[in-house]
Design a protein around this ligand. Structure first.
Ligand SMILES: NC(=O)c1ccc[n+]([C@@H]2O[C@H](COP(=O)([O-])OP(=O)(O)OC[C@H]3O[C@@H](n4cnc5c(N)ncnc54)[C@H](O)[C@@H]3O)[C@@H](O)[C@H]2O)c1
Length: 245
């Protein structure tokens, strides 16, 4: 049975990825900060293992992988956003965002990669964002961390290819789940955002879970060092948004 360890699995996109991987027959490690929501998620998944850990703490991450065993695949999904103009953010907002999104991703990837090398193979997927390629209003430190997460995937891909380890990134767009769900409670914002997407709708957590399953399948086996943008085409639609006679 193939195993997958998903960070930030208690809520939002990570939770949906965990549920889909469970249905697809994986043994699923659900890693997050708090046990209660993790247990709720794990309850509906066959072969789920609850791993209470903070991705910013190397000792937590090591203990989680000691307990779970070397995962075949890791989804580095835990992340936060602190909204506000970049230079108005507190240093605490900036460093916390960097610590969780960038350094936490590194800590998990590093621990997994050493184990995967010993196991002669594996796959790491970092969750970036369309903010890795385009900045956004009031996005604070978030775009910088997401650009880092995507570049880290490329760096690891060139370092680990010889060990039969692939490393990719997924960049979700306007996703109606998790940290963005409150934004889309406003009908006007919802319609404006959906209307700006060439595919004509907001994305779902299922869209991202499907991308994970595809990248991790035999059909995706030659995809390495790639950032897969899952956004209905919105990030590259600037010229279509401009008025013209
Ligand atoms: N929702 C979106 O629109 C969207 C768009 C692009 C990218 N993303 C990315 O997708 C990922 C998941 O986002 P989401 O929307 O599901 O957010 P979410 O807030 O619903 O879930 C994030 C999870 O990460 C966990 N987490 C936070 N800090 C942690 C830590 N230190 N250690 C372990 N777990 C921690 C939280 O407890 C939470 O369960 C994030 O990396 C986010 O940046 C989301």
């Amino acid at each position: 049975m193939k195993s997958i360890l998903i960070t930030g699995a208690a809520n939002g996109i990570g939770k949906t990825i965990a549920e889909h991987c469970g249905k697809a027959g994986y043994r699923v490690g659900l890693l997050d900060l708090n046990e209660k929501p993790l247990n709720d998620t794990a309850g509906a998944i066959e072969n789920a293992v609850v791993l209470k850990a903070d991705v910013t703490r190397p000792e937590d991450v090591k203990a989680a992988m000691d307990e779970f065993g070397t995962p075949d695949t890791v989804v580095n999904n835990a992340g936060i956003v602190r909204f506000g103009p970049l230079i108005e953010q507190s240093i605490e907002d900036f460093t916390t965002t960097v610590n969780i999104n960038l350094i936490g991703t590194y800590i998990v990837a590093r621990e997994a990669a050493h184990r995967m090398k010993a196991a002669d193979g594996g796959h790491i997927i970092n969750m970036s964002s369309i903010n890795s390629v385009t900045p956004g209003p009031d996005a604070g430190a978030y775009p910088a961390t997401k650009a880092g997460v995507a570049q880290m995937a490329r760096q690891l891909a060139i370092e680990l290819g010889d060990h039969n380890i692939r490393v990719n990134a997924i960049a979700p767009g306007f996703i109606d789940a998790g940290m963005s769900a409150p934004i889309y409670e406003d009908e006007k914002v919802r319609n404006q955002r959906a209307g700006a997407v060439p595919s004509g709708r907001l994305g779902t957590a299922e869209d991202i879970a499907n991308a994970v399953l595809y990248l991790d399948s035999d059909n995706g086996s030659y995809i390495n060092g790639h950032e897969l943008i899952i956004d209905g085409g919105v990030v590259h639609s600037l010229l279509a948004q401009l008025p013209r006679d």
